[in-house]
Design a protein around this ligand. Structure first.
Ligand SMILES: [Fe+2]
Ligand SMILES: [Fe+2]
Length: 163
């Protein structure tokens, strides 16, 4: 079996599933569940971003020959934007409990979330095109295994990953 860091891309699919769970709760006007689900999504998202920023991107910066569209700063900047969007969405979801017109408020949140999801999907595609495959190309099998070990040690999602 080839050891590949692209197996970590399964985290993106798990994150998408958690976000969808949050959106389902919104559609059912269950503001408490929507907020809990969004917080869970945020926890996992931050953990994943930290792994990328602390473990993967430093090596990528030093050793990979990336093109301008795959520059490390772009990934960091996108992480920052995504974190900021999630903060706004959490506040808006928390405010639903006191909303005068909850359907209207939910529609506004879903509109914002459509924008967020495009940003997130663009980011995931960029990582899938540059970060993960270019890292694979410069790392030995032992180095890849070591990195995977360190990432999965801290993740609750590792049981569902196909590695
Ligand atoms: Fe990322
Ligand atoms: Fe990622």
């Amino acid at each position: 079996m080839t050891i590949s860091l692209t197996s970590l891309m399964s985290v993106h699919r798990e994150l998408d599933a958690l976000f969808l769970y949050h959106q389902r709760a919104l559609l059912h006007l269950d503001s408490a569940l929507a907020l809990t689900a969004l917080q869970r999504y945020e926890d996992e998202l931050l953990r994943h971003m930290k792994d990328e920023e602390d473990l993967l991107l430093p090596i990528y910066s030093q050793r990979s020959e990336y093109p301008a569209v795959g520059a490390p700063k772009l990934f960091i900047d996108e992480h920052e934007k995504m974190r900021a969007h999630i903060e706004v969405l959490k506040d808006a979801t928390a405010d639903l409990a006191d909303a005068d017109d909850i359907e209207r408020s939910v529609l506004r949140i879903l509109g914002h979330e459509a924008f967020y999801l495009r940003l997130s999907s663009h980011h995931d595609n960029r990582e899938g095109t540059y970060l993960y495959p270019l890292l694979d190309a410069v790392l030995s099998a032992d180095e890849r295994l070591d990195l995977l070990d360190r990432v999965w040690q801290g993740s609750e999602l590792r049981q569902t990953a196909n590695i």
